[in-house]
Design a protein around this ligand. Structure first.
Ligand code: FE
Length: 198
């Protein structure tokens, strides 16, 4: 089926204009960017098939657009049945738009060293819903496919080139922190890549 590539091109152009206008204002970028992402994920007719492919074992992160100055990046997350991330942070702002299926996002905060992390609650994202995250208000979470019998896809925007950013994964039982760079499924030239995102 022919994909509406013009839709994504317009989205990238519009989002770039927001970042140009509000470069150092995270709150404005999230507020104005949210409606642009909302419009993109409300229309599931543009994502090329190659960036919608699940893997039998690992969730996939396909880089769709990188700002030439690394001010933001756009990624399709493809969740196979039952797949989930470790508990992780981002260190930059993020917008998450649900497009196909549904995902479960559980927010956490660190416990004392050696003690379990504390759950701050669960959000279920349905198609068309956009969520935002900011490091200053807490951006540590675990994301899972709600479904164990089908693929879910969400479109994420980050305030940097997320595949290259040094961030963290956490152990739920001990609140232990480990450094982490996610890479991208479709960019094996960068460190990590698909096999490192388990
Ligand atoms: Fe995340």
């Amino acid at each position: 089926m022919e994909k509406n590539t013009a839709r994504f091109e317009k989205f990238a152009k519009d989002f770039t204009a927001v970042v140009d206008a509000h470069e150092n204002d995270e709150v404005q970028i999230l507020e104005k960017g949210r409606s642009i992402l909302q419009e993109l994920v409300a229309n599931d007719d543009w994502l090329p098939e190659e960036f919608a492919q699940p893997h039998p074992e690992y969730y996939q992160q396909y880089l769709l657009h990188e700002d030439p100055q690394d001010r933001f990046s756009v990624v399709s997350f493809v969740w196979g049945p039952g797949q989930s991330t470790p508990i992780h942070d981002h260190t930059v702002w993020a917008l998450i738009g649900m497009m196909r299926g549904s995902e479960r996002a559980e927010n956490f905060e660190l416990g004392e060293p050696g003690t379990p992390m504390k759950s701050l609650g669960v959000d279920i994202l349905e198609p068309g819903v956009v969520e935002s995250l900011r490091p200053v208000t807490g951006d540590t979470h675990k994301v899972s496919n709600v479904y164990d019998d089908r693929v879910s896809i969400s479109i994420h925007i980050y305030g940097g080139n997320i595949g290259k950013i040094a961030r963290h994964v956490f152990d739920a039982q001990t609140s232990t922190t480990k450094p982490f760079i996610s890479g991208y499924t479709n960019r094996p030239d960068l460190p990590s890549g698909a096999q490192a995102v388990q």
